[in-house]
Design a protein around this ligand. Structure first.
Ligand SMILES: [Zn+2]
Length: 233
């Protein structure tokens, strides 16, 4: 089965490149776009990640990139949808920039790894970006490892950035796309040599190993925080 995949820009921050790539490229300021991916077929409206709940885009962002970040409800209405039309939400992980609008989706079933839910409910002091409010009262389908959600939509357990990160592989008319389960941009996937370890991690060795697993998957990678992701739409 093929899905129509549409990236929605639902947040932006200014950060250091080192937040994406461990031990590489520290000291360079970059734009960090937050994407939510809408995957649709005749029966389903699936949302992969839900972005930031609130943000103010600096005026230089649209000037420098030509992109406009929208609040989630405005982004959905730009493609003719309302929050209640979303029947399935997949959170790659539960940092605030990937689940900030979860509570809008009252008709959705949420596919989240069990280990990620446990970490979010009882976060390590270092992981201040887990926000238990964003999983309160959700209709949860808790996963324990890999799962084929439907033909053409695979969830693959790739922990390391967080204890329960999951990568999404989606089949589309243009072939398979891979949405890594962890914060990264295109510098995490150099053409030659190994993939970079994400700059933020709960287990650097595991994060590195799973970055190699993601890089080896068949399909085109859409890094979660890459500006160029808009080009697929
Ligand atoms: Zn992120």
């Amino acid at each position: 089965m093929e899905f129509k995949l549409t990236p929605l820009l639902v947040g932006v921050r200014r950060v250091d490149q080192g937040i994406m790539t461990y031990q590489r490229s520290y000291g360079r300021r970059i734009w960090l776009p937050m994407w939510s991916f809408l995957a649709q077929n005749d029966q389903q409206n699936i949302l992969i990640d839900t972005g930031l709940d609130y943000f103010v885009a600096p005026p230089e962002f649209p000037q420098e990139t030509g992109l406009k970040a929208l609040l989630m409800e405005d982004a959905l209405s730009s493609v003719g949808l309302k929050a209640e039309d979303i029947d399935t939400v997949i959170n790659t992980h539960l940092h605030d920039d990937h689940c900030g609008n979860n509570l809008l989706f009252t008709n959705a079933t949420f596919y989240i790894q069990k280990k990620e839910l446990e970490s979010c409910r009882n976060p390590h002091p270092l992981d201040y970006r887990f926000e238990p409010d964003f999983i309160e009262g959700l209709n949860l389908a808790q996963l324990d490892g890999d799962m084929e959600l439907s033909p053409g939509m695979e969830l693959i357990f790739t922990p390391g950035h967080t204890p329960g990160s999951q990568t999404v592989r989606v089949n589309t008319p243009n072939g398979w796309y891979i949405i890594p389960g962890y914060c990264c941009n295109k510098e995490n996937f150099p053409e030659h040599g190994p993939a970079a370890c994400p700059g933020v991690h709960s287990d650097a060795y595991l994060a590195y190993d799973n970055a190699q697993k993601v890089k080896a998957m068949e399909g085109e990678i859409l890094p979660l925080h890459e500006l160029d992701v808009f080009k697929i739409s």
